[in-house]
Design a protein around this ligand. Sequence first.
Ligand code: HEM
Length: 411
Amino acid sequence: MTSTAAPAPVPLSGPRFQTEPAELYREIRRDHGSVAPVLLDGDVPAWLVLGYRELHQVTGDPELFSRDSELWNQWERIPADWPLLPMIGRKQPSILYTIGERHRQRAAMISGALGAVDPAELRAHAERFADELIDTFCDKGTSDLIADYATLLPVRVLARLYGFADEDGPGLVTALNDMIDGRERALAGQQHLLRSMQRLLVTKHTAPGPDVASRMLADPSGFTDEEIVQDLMVMMAAGHQPTADWIGNSLRLMLTDSRFAASLFGGRHSVAEAMNEVLWEDTPTQNVAGRWAARDTRLGDRQIKAGDLLLLGLAAANSDPQVRTDGASFTGGNNAFFSFGHGEHRCPFPAQEIAEVIARTGIEVVLDRVPDIDLAVPASAVTSRPSPWLRGLAELPVRFTPTPALGDTPR
Ligand code: HEM
């Protein structure tokens, strides 16, 4: 009797997520099919859903594949200092882990508050903050567009939309980036953000304004201040980093791919094309945690047990050969990618629109202001951060002919 040993589960870590994720997902799919067994830190088992169809099934059935992390059948082996706890949390009171009717109300509150943002005002804020940031380096002739620009822009715009005064902006930028860094200042950063959100709500209770926080407070569904603070934290963190990475990954594509070379000199159309291509081929949101099976079920050809954790393999599903049969590149407006998720827990549509305006404006303004921009290092030296979850550049060194700052001159 012969038996073929099943291939070993794939550790969801290691340098290949940083250096060649697309190749890695192809190999995982070849060896394991559309639902692969993976191991998280500490050899904690989970499933990675790589198939487009299977991902549709998981995200489209929030009752069978729940957002309720209490269902997890591995909690007893998770140590208190498990590094993924901030992401795969237990009893977290934000929208992320709310389910059922209350989730629908909460998503509607957030969508309503974000949807009322005036597009012209949003664009004006994004341009103004982009100009301010470019003023800090445009006369130098060199910059790291990640540290000097992309990681500073979305948070400034979002803080303004949510209701913060401009002078709170720089403190929030530092706190949020410290928190995302996950190093020694992370906790202090999180505390600063939390206190800032709490203070914001106190102010908006007495003096509501035309801002996101005031609209959330006025929502009739009766969410408490604590719940709104938690959601504003999610909207800040979940909004800033992927938008910053979208800017960085798109700029890298435009600066390294000859198809975009001509358009660097003012071609607006191809900014949108580059951004769309990034969402298909190099999405900031690579893998998302997650969903928990409410009962035993089958997915792909796998037997899933009640309480198993499923990770959403968004990047892998985007390149599933079942939907990419012709190998064609999906530029030019096809939005069927999974980069914003799908189903009830997907990124709210108004959030997607706001992210798109911030990213597009950010890219357009930098190309307008420093038109002869070029990479300052070989393309192969531009590396991504080492994370299987969010894909973004570690740095993007560029050079250009120095130009004077605009200062207070209106554009
Ligand atoms: C203005 C910027 C943004 C804001 C305010 C925002 C806000 C949010 C919120 C509140 C959720 C939770 C929805 C829920 O649990 O029901 C969410 C989910 C999500 N967002 Fe965004 N987001 C932004 C930008 C982005 C960008 C640029 C991407 C990717 C390129 C992205 C990808 C996702 C994904 C994949 C999910 C779904 C996670 C899941 O299904 O579990 N978001 N976003």
